[in-house]
Design a protein around this ligand. Structure first.
Ligand SMILES: Nc1nc2c(ncn2[C@@H]2O[C@H](COP(=O)(O)OP(=O)(O)OP(=O)(O)O)[C@@H](O)[C@H]2O)c(=O)[nH]1
Ligand SMILES: [Mg+2]
Length: 294
Protein backbone atom coordinates (compact mmCIF):
# COMPACT_ATOMS: atom_id res chain seq x y z
CA UNK A 1 0.00 0.00 0.00
CA UNK A 2 1.23 3.48 -0.77
CA UNK A 3 1.99 5.93 1.98
CA UNK A 4 3.48 9.37 2.45
CA UNK A 5 6.94 7.98 2.02
CA UNK A 6 6.01 7.10 -1.56
CA UNK A 7 6.17 10.71 -2.73
CA UNK A 8 9.15 11.35 -0.45
CA UNK A 9 10.90 8.34 -1.98
CA UNK A 10 10.24 9.66 -5.44
CA UNK A 11 11.55 13.08 -4.55
CA UNK A 12 14.65 11.59 -2.96
CA UNK A 13 15.17 9.36 -5.94
CA UNK A 14 15.15 12.32 -8.33
CA UNK A 15 17.38 14.28 -5.97
CA UNK A 16 19.97 11.53 -5.69
CA UNK A 17 20.46 10.84 -9.37
CA UNK A 18 21.26 13.71 -11.66
CA UNK A 19 22.16 11.25 -14.40
CA UNK A 20 19.61 8.43 -14.62
CA UNK A 21 21.63 5.21 -14.35
CA UNK A 22 20.55 1.58 -13.97
CA UNK A 23 20.16 1.86 -10.22
CA UNK A 24 17.89 4.89 -10.71
CA UNK A 25 15.59 2.95 -13.02
CA UNK A 26 15.51 -0.03 -10.67
CA UNK A 27 14.74 2.15 -7.66
CA UNK A 28 12.09 4.03 -9.63
CA UNK A 29 10.38 0.79 -10.59
CA UNK A 30 10.27 -0.32 -6.94
CA UNK A 31 8.94 3.05 -5.88
CA UNK A 32 6.19 3.04 -8.51
CA UNK A 33 5.10 -0.39 -7.34
CA UNK A 34 4.83 1.08 -3.83
CA UNK A 35 2.54 3.75 -5.28
CA UNK A 36 0.10 0.96 -6.23
CA UNK A 37 0.89 1.21 -9.90
CA UNK A 38 1.39 -2.56 -10.07
CA UNK A 39 4.48 -4.47 -11.13
CA UNK A 40 3.48 -4.85 -14.78
CA UNK A 41 2.62 -1.19 -15.24
CA UNK A 42 5.67 -0.02 -13.31
CA UNK A 43 7.92 -2.19 -15.47
CA UNK A 44 6.35 -0.88 -18.68
CA UNK A 45 6.66 2.74 -17.64
CA UNK A 46 10.28 2.39 -16.56
CA UNK A 47 11.18 0.67 -19.84
CA UNK A 48 9.66 3.53 -21.78
CA UNK A 49 11.29 6.13 -19.57
CA UNK A 50 14.68 4.50 -20.06
CA UNK A 51 14.27 4.75 -23.83
CA UNK A 52 13.11 8.37 -23.69
CA UNK A 53 15.93 9.39 -21.33
CA UNK A 54 18.55 7.79 -23.58
CA UNK A 55 17.20 9.10 -26.88
CA UNK A 56 16.75 12.67 -25.59
CA UNK A 57 19.71 12.60 -23.22
CA UNK A 58 17.56 13.69 -20.26
CA UNK A 59 18.94 14.31 -16.82
CA UNK A 60 17.98 16.03 -13.58
CA UNK A 61 14.74 15.95 -11.64
CA UNK A 62 12.75 18.39 -13.76
CA UNK A 63 13.45 16.74 -17.10
CA UNK A 64 12.85 13.24 -15.80
CA UNK A 65 9.66 14.27 -13.99
CA UNK A 66 8.41 15.91 -17.19
CA UNK A 67 9.14 12.76 -19.19
CA UNK A 68 7.40 10.59 -16.60
CA UNK A 69 4.41 12.94 -16.60
CA UNK A 70 4.15 12.60 -20.39
CA UNK A 71 4.24 8.83 -20.11
CA UNK A 72 1.60 8.63 -17.34
CA UNK A 73 -0.77 11.25 -18.76
CA UNK A 74 -2.53 9.03 -21.34
CA UNK A 75 -3.59 6.74 -18.49
CA UNK A 76 -5.24 9.45 -16.43
CA UNK A 77 -8.36 10.39 -18.34
CA UNK A 78 -11.06 12.65 -16.97
CA UNK A 79 -14.74 11.80 -17.18
CA UNK A 80 -17.22 14.67 -17.12
CA UNK A 81 -20.88 13.91 -16.60
CA UNK A 82 -23.46 15.68 -18.69
CA UNK A 83 -26.99 15.47 -17.34
CA UNK A 84 -29.29 16.86 -20.03
CA UNK A 85 -32.48 18.73 -19.10
CA UNK A 86 -35.76 17.00 -19.88
CA UNK A 87 -34.22 13.52 -20.09
CA UNK A 88 -34.25 10.60 -17.69
CA UNK A 89 -30.66 9.96 -16.58
CA UNK A 90 -29.47 7.14 -14.37
CA UNK A 91 -26.12 6.60 -12.68
CA UNK A 92 -25.59 3.16 -11.19
CA UNK A 93 -22.93 3.19 -8.46
CA UNK A 94 -21.30 -0.12 -7.58
CA UNK A 95 -18.20 -1.66 -6.03
CA UNK A 96 -17.13 -4.10 -3.35
CA UNK A 97 -18.05 -3.93 0.29
CA UNK A 98 -17.16 -0.78 2.23
CA UNK A 99 -15.39 1.20 -0.50
CA UNK A 100 -17.66 4.22 -0.01
CA UNK A 101 -20.51 3.67 -2.48
CA UNK A 102 -23.35 5.06 -0.38
CA UNK A 103 -21.32 8.08 0.72
CA UNK A 104 -20.36 8.68 -2.92
CA UNK A 105 -24.01 8.51 -4.02
CA UNK A 106 -24.83 11.26 -1.49
CA UNK A 107 -21.80 13.34 -2.46
CA UNK A 108 -22.65 13.03 -6.15
CA UNK A 109 -26.23 14.09 -5.42
CA UNK A 110 -24.92 17.13 -3.62
CA UNK A 111 -22.55 17.86 -6.53
CA UNK A 112 -25.31 17.64 -9.13
CA UNK A 113 -27.65 19.76 -6.98
CA UNK A 114 -24.97 22.46 -7.06
CA UNK A 115 -24.95 22.16 -10.86
CA UNK A 116 -28.69 22.77 -10.95
CA UNK A 117 -29.80 19.23 -11.82
CA UNK A 118 -33.38 18.65 -10.63
CA UNK A 119 -35.04 16.51 -9.54
CA UNK A 120 -32.50 14.04 -8.15
CA UNK A 121 -33.87 10.78 -6.84
CA UNK A 122 -31.79 8.26 -4.89
CA UNK A 123 -32.60 4.60 -5.50
CA UNK A 124 -31.99 2.36 -2.47
CA UNK A 125 -30.94 -0.67 -4.52
CA UNK A 126 -28.83 -2.11 -1.71
CA UNK A 127 -31.67 -4.16 -0.31
CA UNK A 128 -29.24 -6.74 1.03
CA UNK A 129 -27.33 -5.18 3.92
CA UNK A 130 -29.32 -4.46 7.07
CA UNK A 131 -29.67 -0.67 7.56
CA UNK A 132 -28.51 0.21 4.03
CA UNK A 133 -31.94 1.66 3.20
CA UNK A 134 -32.01 3.78 6.37
CA UNK A 135 -28.47 4.97 5.63
CA UNK A 136 -29.53 6.22 2.19
CA UNK A 137 -32.73 7.70 3.59
CA UNK A 138 -30.61 9.70 6.04
CA UNK A 139 -28.55 11.06 3.13
CA UNK A 140 -31.77 11.82 1.25
CA UNK A 141 -33.02 13.89 4.21
CA UNK A 142 -29.73 15.74 4.50
CA UNK A 143 -29.36 16.52 0.80
CA UNK A 144 -33.06 17.12 0.17
CA UNK A 145 -33.33 14.31 -2.38
CA UNK A 146 -36.27 11.96 -2.62
CA UNK A 147 -35.35 8.35 -1.88
CA UNK A 148 -37.13 5.47 -3.56
CA UNK A 149 -36.93 2.34 -1.42
CA UNK A 150 -38.64 -1.03 -1.26
CA UNK A 151 -38.41 -3.44 1.66
CA UNK A 152 -35.22 -5.07 2.87
CA UNK A 153 -34.58 -8.11 0.65
CA UNK A 154 -36.61 -6.78 -2.30
CA UNK A 155 -35.41 -7.05 -5.89
CA UNK A 156 -32.92 -4.19 -6.40
CA UNK A 157 -33.71 -3.86 -10.09
CA UNK A 158 -37.37 -3.25 -9.17
CA UNK A 159 -36.22 -0.36 -6.96
CA UNK A 160 -34.29 1.15 -9.86
CA UNK A 161 -37.31 0.62 -12.12
CA UNK A 162 -39.54 2.54 -9.65
CA UNK A 163 -36.99 5.34 -9.23
CA UNK A 164 -36.61 5.81 -12.98
CA UNK A 165 -40.40 5.88 -13.36
CA UNK A 166 -40.65 8.48 -10.59
CA UNK A 167 -38.21 10.74 -12.41
CA UNK A 168 -39.89 10.14 -15.77
CA UNK A 169 -43.25 11.19 -14.36
CA UNK A 170 -41.76 14.59 -13.51
CA UNK A 171 -40.54 15.08 -17.08
CA UNK A 172 -36.93 14.11 -16.53
CA UNK A 173 -34.14 14.28 -13.96
CA UNK A 174 -31.45 12.12 -12.46
CA UNK A 175 -31.59 8.84 -10.56
CA UNK A 176 -28.50 7.80 -8.64
CA UNK A 177 -28.68 4.16 -7.59
CA UNK A 178 -26.84 2.83 -4.54
CA UNK A 179 -26.14 -0.91 -4.78
CA UNK A 180 -25.01 -3.67 -2.46
CA UNK A 181 -21.33 -4.41 -1.93
CA UNK A 182 -21.52 -7.94 -0.68
CA UNK A 183 -23.92 -10.77 -1.26
CA UNK A 184 -23.41 -14.44 -0.34
CA UNK A 185 -20.78 -14.67 -3.05
CA UNK A 186 -19.26 -12.72 -5.92
CA UNK A 187 -21.35 -14.48 -8.57
CA UNK A 188 -24.52 -13.38 -6.78
CA UNK A 189 -23.36 -9.79 -6.69
CA UNK A 190 -22.45 -9.83 -10.37
CA UNK A 191 -25.79 -11.39 -11.30
CA UNK A 192 -27.69 -8.83 -9.24
CA UNK A 193 -25.78 -5.96 -10.86
CA UNK A 194 -26.35 -7.43 -14.31
CA UNK A 195 -30.08 -7.46 -13.65
CA UNK A 196 -30.03 -3.83 -12.50
CA UNK A 197 -27.94 -3.09 -15.59
CA UNK A 198 -30.58 -4.55 -17.89
CA UNK A 199 -33.26 -2.46 -16.19
CA UNK A 200 -31.08 0.63 -16.36
CA UNK A 201 -30.21 0.35 -20.00
CA UNK A 202 -33.84 -0.40 -20.88
CA UNK A 203 -35.48 2.32 -18.79
CA UNK A 204 -33.19 5.37 -18.84
CA UNK A 205 -33.17 7.58 -21.93
CA UNK A 206 -30.75 6.65 -24.65
CA UNK A 207 -27.18 7.67 -23.82
CA UNK A 208 -28.24 8.78 -20.32
CA UNK A 209 -27.37 5.63 -18.39
CA UNK A 210 -23.88 5.50 -16.85
CA UNK A 211 -22.11 2.95 -14.69
CA UNK A 212 -19.68 4.08 -12.02
CA UNK A 213 -17.28 1.83 -10.13
CA UNK A 214 -16.10 3.04 -6.74
CA UNK A 215 -12.54 2.11 -5.77
CA UNK A 216 -11.03 2.67 -2.34
CA UNK A 217 -7.52 4.18 -2.57
CA UNK A 218 -6.46 2.34 0.57
CA UNK A 219 -7.06 -1.11 -0.89
CA UNK A 220 -4.14 -0.72 -3.28
CA UNK A 221 -3.72 -2.86 -6.33
CA UNK A 222 -6.70 -4.98 -5.41
CA UNK A 223 -8.63 -2.17 -7.06
CA UNK A 224 -7.32 -3.12 -10.49
CA UNK A 225 -8.61 -6.66 -10.05
CA UNK A 226 -12.01 -5.30 -8.97
CA UNK A 227 -12.11 -3.04 -12.03
CA UNK A 228 -11.23 -5.95 -14.31
CA UNK A 229 -13.99 -8.17 -12.92
CA UNK A 230 -16.70 -5.48 -12.96
CA UNK A 231 -15.64 -4.23 -16.38
CA UNK A 232 -15.83 -7.71 -17.83
CA UNK A 233 -19.23 -8.56 -16.35
CA UNK A 234 -21.03 -5.23 -16.18
CA UNK A 235 -18.98 -2.57 -17.96
CA UNK A 236 -17.70 0.65 -16.40
CA UNK A 237 -18.07 4.17 -17.77
CA UNK A 238 -16.12 5.93 -15.04
CA UNK A 239 -14.33 5.42 -11.75
CA UNK A 240 -14.56 7.24 -8.45
CA UNK A 241 -11.51 6.97 -6.20
CA UNK A 242 -12.47 7.32 -2.54
CA UNK A 243 -10.40 7.91 0.60
CA UNK A 244 -7.82 9.96 -1.27
CA UNK A 245 -7.55 11.95 1.97
CA UNK A 246 -5.70 8.92 3.38
CA UNK A 247 -1.99 8.57 2.69
CA UNK A 248 -2.67 6.29 -0.30
CA UNK A 249 -1.98 7.77 -3.74
CA UNK A 250 -4.34 5.47 -5.59
CA UNK A 251 -2.02 4.56 -8.45
CA UNK A 252 -4.46 1.78 -9.18
CA UNK A 253 -6.54 4.26 -11.22
CA UNK A 254 -3.54 4.71 -13.54
CA UNK A 255 -3.29 0.94 -13.96
CA UNK A 256 -7.01 0.80 -14.67
CA UNK A 257 -6.52 3.61 -17.20
CA UNK A 258 -3.69 1.75 -18.87
CA UNK A 259 -5.15 -1.76 -18.82
CA UNK A 260 -8.84 -0.99 -19.28
CA UNK A 261 -8.97 2.60 -20.61
CA UNK A 262 -11.46 3.65 -17.93
CA UNK A 263 -11.60 7.36 -17.10
CA UNK A 264 -12.06 8.85 -13.62
CA UNK A 265 -14.96 11.14 -12.70
CA UNK A 266 -14.39 12.09 -9.07
CA UNK A 267 -12.03 11.74 -6.13
CA UNK A 268 -13.37 11.42 -2.59
CA UNK A 269 -11.36 13.43 -0.08
CA UNK A 270 -13.25 12.96 3.18
CA UNK A 271 -16.53 11.96 4.76
CA UNK A 272 -18.52 15.15 4.19
CA UNK A 273 -20.75 15.89 1.20
CA UNK A 274 -18.44 18.58 -0.14
CA UNK A 275 -15.45 16.20 0.00
CA UNK A 276 -15.78 15.21 -3.63
CA UNK A 277 -13.54 16.69 -6.29
CA UNK A 278 -13.97 16.50 -10.02
CA UNK A 279 -11.00 14.49 -11.21
CA UNK A 280 -8.21 16.74 -12.44
CA UNK A 281 -5.78 14.49 -14.30
CA UNK A 282 -2.86 16.93 -14.44
CA UNK A 283 -3.06 17.69 -10.75
CA UNK A 284 -3.42 14.01 -9.88
CA UNK A 285 -0.25 13.09 -11.77
CA UNK A 286 1.62 15.99 -10.24
CA UNK A 287 0.65 14.75 -6.79
CA UNK A 288 1.39 11.14 -7.72
CA UNK A 289 4.90 12.14 -8.69
CA UNK A 290 5.53 13.77 -5.36
CA UNK A 291 4.32 17.35 -5.64
CA UNK A 292 2.55 17.76 -2.29
CA UNK A 293 1.61 21.42 -2.73
CA UNK A 294 -2.10 20.70 -2.80
N1 LIG B 1 -11.91 9.43 4.73
C1 LIG B 1 -12.83 9.08 3.84
N2 LIG B 1 -13.80 8.23 4.19
C2 LIG B 1 -14.73 7.90 3.28
C3 LIG B 1 -14.70 8.40 1.95
N3 LIG B 1 -15.74 7.87 1.29
C4 LIG B 1 -16.38 7.07 2.17
N4 LIG B 1 -15.79 7.08 3.37
C5 LIG B 1 -16.13 6.33 4.59
O1 LIG B 1 -16.05 4.95 4.33
C6 LIG B 1 -17.00 4.24 5.14
C7 LIG B 1 -17.84 3.33 4.26
O2 LIG B 1 -18.64 4.15 3.45
P1 LIG B 1 -19.99 3.67 2.76
O3 LIG B 1 -20.42 4.77 1.86
O4 LIG B 1 -20.96 3.18 3.76
O5 LIG B 1 -19.43 2.44 1.93
P2 LIG B 1 -20.26 1.39 1.05
O6 LIG B 1 -19.38 1.01 -0.10
O7 LIG B 1 -21.59 1.93 0.74
O8 LIG B 1 -20.35 0.17 2.07
P3 LIG B 1 -21.34 -1.13 1.95
O9 LIG B 1 -22.68 -0.61 1.57
O10 LIG B 1 -21.30 -1.73 3.32
O11 LIG B 1 -20.73 -2.00 0.92
C8 LIG B 1 -17.81 5.31 5.86
O12 LIG B 1 -17.29 5.44 7.16
C9 LIG B 1 -17.57 6.56 5.04
O13 LIG B 1 -17.69 7.75 5.80
C10 LIG B 1 -13.63 9.31 1.59
O14 LIG B 1 -13.49 9.79 0.46
N5 LIG B 1 -12.73 9.61 2.57
MG1 LIG C 1 -23.48 1.15 1.02
Amino acid sequence: MANKSFSENLRNLFGMHQQPDESFFEDLEDTLVEGDLGARTAYAIVEELRTVCRSHNLSGRDQITAALTDLLSPWAQEYHFEIPDGKVSLIMVFGVNGVGKTTTVAKMASHFISKGVSPIVLAAADTFRAAAIEQLQHHGDKTGCRVIAHQHGADPSAVVYSAVDAVRSTGGGLVIADTAGRLHNKENLVRELQKIDRTGSGRADSGCYKKVLVLDATTGLNGLRQAEVFHEHIGIDALVLTKYDSTARGGTILSAGKELSIPVAFIGTGEKYQDLETFDAKRYIREFLGDTSR
